[in-house]
Every structure is written in structure tokens, then in C-alpha cells.
Design a binder for this molecule. Structure first.
Ligand code: SF4
Length: 456
């Protein structure tokens, strides 16, 4: 399978009666874990929309206040190889016959090729390689055709298949849109006259804004002087399980479920499904920590730190090149020999994709004197690519595709290896199984022909 345009990002939007630049900055900063390649802010200054975006972290790009205004949106992004370029940074600005708007997108379309071809045949010229531009052109074309911006969004939604959580800035309005299957999270918060849309609730907490609710599947939320909701269409709900297991921050609450609680539950269930006699439970920081605490609590084995993370290093999983990933492990994690020496260790991590990182970590623990390393993984084996916005795209990336659990154990050099079962994962999340996307585990992809049909 060739490289696709998958990307996972964070979107943000704010409508206020005071200047919003600092709050967009803080909102994006709190969601930096969702994307570290580029960031951008678009603000309506009362006359026009101005955008500042660049490659790098939020703190590197916005060293000083560059935009002023009371209404704006923001975006942080990461992508796959070859797409890490400024043209693809967001928000994206679209100028057309009816004016202009800025748009920020988290997700991935599965029918982007068909839509792009159709648009190109009608004369559209694409400046980026992102799905976001396709969405923007569809909205603009449908706006021109119907004479109404919201109708334009509704009509565009009827053509889009895949995951999209959007924030759109048009003049003095911000508009939030969530796809009819609700793959990616999107929340709405309010504090007096300030309305905020964000990918994760942790961004609302960072701004001291009260969480009001999740944006619903297939909903358009328009915020100007008031808030108007249009429930446009409904599909089969398919919340991404990986948001709970790995991607989201543990202090976020997504679709009514605390990510922290899910990860603690996973630790308990992992112990029930893979008990072991050991001296210390430890985690691959940061994403394994909460699950390791849950495992320690359930097992009675003390939790301890065996690896210290360099906090200024990006997530290993997110770096675009495999080579960078491998050499990055040693720079990112340093073992604490005094805690490890002579001990039987339970090492908890969220998932194994390629197996290279965990192999390196186990080797580090052994070199630091661990007598045994028992690996417990909170996500069941990942065997299938994600089509809906998480950066796992080719079959040959997955160690579990060709190898049994025992073969993987030998390959990574663990004394034992247990993954949470699929049922255990669903129990830990606590949502009905039919409301979750589990496709990268089961190969059963949502959005089959019959599920593509939307009720409008
Ligand atoms: S395939 Fe996996 S990573 Fe992708 S949306 Fe579904 S559960 Fe999430």
C-alpha cells in the first residue's frame, strides 16, 4: 500500500468578546501531543481573516503576538513522510466568489481520490496534498450553488466519507463540524460570552472554560452572537478506540468517557488476563503510565519508574522516518539502574506497531540489570492500517500481522508478553462495542457500502 494522506491533528475555535490570540495559543499548546510538525492560527480582525502558520511547535512559531481579534481558529498537525511541508500547514484559507473562510481539519477522508478527481475535472487546482483542501473546495462550490454557507457545508457533508472534525472561521462566525460517524473527538465549552471548540476537553480545562458537551455525530454548530445547532445527518457511530488507548491526553473526557479511567481499567484487566509474579510494575512513559498504575493497584505489585523521559523530545511514534524513530529511543528514554537492578519487571506500554521501540527498551532494561522483563500491552495486536486519521498505514508496518504473540515475544526479547483481549478493551472503554471503531484490530472497517448511506 502506498503512503496515504493520513494525519491526526488537533483543531480549535474560539468566539469571544475579548482578544483571543493568547487563548488560541494556550488551547493549541495543551493539545500539542496531537501534532508536532506544524501549527497555525487564523483570526478575524473585524475586517479580514489573517493567518500565521509555520512548521514546528506552537511555542516555536508564536514567539510573540502576531494577530489580533476576538474570533479565531487554530490547528496543530502531524503527517506522514513527504507531506511535512508548509503548504500543508493549517488553517487553510480559501478565497472564492462568495468571500473567504479559514478551515482546520482533524481526520482523513477515504474517498478523497474520487472527490479530488471530480473537482479537478471541474477546474479546481489544488495547492496542497491534504484532504482539507478537498473539503474546503466542496463547501465553496456548494455555497456558490445554493447561496447559503451552511447549506454549502451540509451538501459537502453528503459527499464526504471518512473522519473529519472541523473548525471553520468565516467572518464573525466559527463553525464546528463533526463527521456522521464521530471518529475523531470534538468538544464544545462555554464561559460567559466565550465559546470554545476543541479536539479534546483538556484544552477547555487549560482555558478554564466549562465543558458543555461533545459536538454530536453529523452536527454543524454555528457560533456567532448565539449558538445554533444543525443535526445534518447520522451514520453508524464509530469512535476511535485508539484515542482512549494512546492518542488523547489522559485528563481528557471524550464522548462522556474519561481517558484516565479507561487506561486504569486497562491496567486492571491486563492483570486479570495476564497475571505475573514480579517486583515492580513500570511504564513506558508517558502513555503507559496510567495503565501501569492500574496494573499495580490490581496486582499489589509496587509501581516504580524505571525509565526517565526527556520531556523535550517529541513522541517516538510521531516522527516521520523509521530511522529517526529507532535512534530516538535512546535519546528519549534513560533507564534508572538503581531501580531496575536485580528486579523482575512488568513493563506496560499502550501498543506495539512495529516492535522496534519496545525491543530497544527491553534491551535497555536488561543492560541495566533487570532479571526478567514481562511485557503487558493495553491495546490488542494491531494488524490492519487505519484509514481514518491515525498514522498507521501499511500492512508491513505491523509486527502482529505475520507473527504470533509467542513469535513477537521472542522477537522483542521479553520473558512474557500479554496483550489486552478485544473484549477486555471494550469493557475498559465502557461504550457499546458497536459504537467503537476497532478496525485496526479486527479488519472490520466501518463505512462499508451499507454504512456509507446517511440519514439526512
Ligand atoms: S482503524 Fe484503529 S486507529 Fe483508525 S480510527 Fe479505527 S480504531 Fe482508530
Amino acid at each position: 500500500m502506498s503512503a496515504s494522506k493520513s494525519e491526526c491533528c488537533a483543531v480549535f475555535g474560539i468566539h469571544s468578546d475579548e482578544d483571543v490570540f493568547d487563548r488560541i495559543y494556550n488551547g493549541l499548546y495543551s493539545m500539542q501531543h496531537r501534532g508536532q510538525e506544524s501549527a497555525g492560527i487564523a483570526i478575524f480582525d473585524g475586517e479580514k481573516i489573517r493567518i500565521h502558520k509555520d512548521m514546528g511547535l506552537v511555542s516555536e512559531i508564536f514567539k510573540e503576538r502576531t494577530l489580533n481579534g476576538k474570533i479565531g481558529i487554530g490547528h496543530v498537525r502531524y503527517s506522514t513522510t513527504g507531506e511535512s511541508k508548509i503548504e500543508n500547514a493549517q488553517p487553510l484559507m480559501i478565497n472564492y466568489a462568495e468571500g473567504n473562510f479559514a478551515i482546520a481539519h482533524n481526520g482523513n477522508l477515504i474517498n478523497s481520490l474520487e472527490l479530488k478527481e471530480e473537482l479537478e475535472r471541474k477546474g479546481s487546482v489544488f495547492m496542497t496534498t491534504t484532504d482539507t483542501e478537498i473539503i474546503a473546495y466542496l463547501i465553496a462550490i456548494e455555497h456558490i450553488r445554493t447561496g447559503n454557507f451552511i447549506e454549502g457545508i451540509k451538501n459537502a457533508m453528503s459527499k464526504l466519507r471518512g473522519s473529519y472534525s472541523l473548525t471553520i472561521l468565516r467572518e464573525d462566525k466559527i463553525i464546528a463540524v463533526r463527521d456522521p460517524w464521530a471518529f475523531r473527538p470534538l468538544v464544545y465549552g462555554r464561559s460567559d460570552d466565550t465559546h470554545v471548540i476543541a479536539s479534546e476537553s483538556c484544552a477547555l480545562d487549560a482555558l478554564d472554560v466549562e465543558f458543555m458537551r461533545d459536538v454530536k455525530a453529523g452536527e454543524i454548530l454555528v457560533i456567532d452572537n448565539g449558538v445554533e445547532s444543525y443535526r445534518v445527518c447520522a451514520g453508524k457511530i464509530s469512535h476511535c478506540m485508539f484515542e482512549y488507548v494512546y492518542f488523547a491526553r489522559p485528563d481528557s473526557i471524550l464522548d462522556g468517557v474519561s481517558v484516565y479511567k479507561v487506561r486504569k481499567n486497562l491496567g486492571r484487566i491486563l492483570y486479570e488476563e495476564g497475571p505475573v509474579d514480579a517486583d515492580m510494575v513500570t511504564a513506558v512513559p508517558d502513555s503507559g503510565i496510567t495503565t501501569a498504575i492500574g496494573f499495580a493497584k490490581a496486582s499489589g505489585i509496587p509501581y516504580g519508574e524505571s525509565l526517565i523521559k526527556n520531556r523535550y523530545f517529541g513522541r517516538t511514534f510521531i516522527l516521520p522516518e523509521q530511522e529517526e524513530r529507532e535512534s530516538g529511543v535512546r535519546i528519549k528514554l534513560n533507564p534508572v539502574r538503581s531501580e531496575i537492578e536485580g528486579k523482575k519487571i512488568v513493563l506496560v506500554d499502550d501498543s506495539i506497531v512495529r516492535g522496534t521501540t519496545i525491543k530497544k527498551i527491553i534491551s535497555l532494561l536488561r543492560k541495566s540489570g533487570a532479571s526478567q522483563v514481562h511485557v503487558r500491552i493495553s491495546c490488542p495486536p494491531i494488524r490492519y492500517p487505519c484509514k481514518y486519521g491515525i498514522d498507521m498505514q501499511t500492512y508491513d508496518e505491523f509486527i502482529a500481522r505475520e507473527k504470533s504473540v509467542e513469535e513477537i515475544r521472542r522477537e522483542i526479547g521479553a520473558d512474557s508478553l500479554v496483550y489486552t483481549s478485544l473484549d477486555g478493551l471494550v469493557r475498559a472503554i465502557g461504550l457499546p462495542k458497536e459504537k467503537l471503531c476497532l478496525a485496526c484490530l479486527t479488519g472490520d472497517y466501518p463505512l462499508k457500502e451499507e454504512q456509507m448511506k446517511l440519514k439526512f
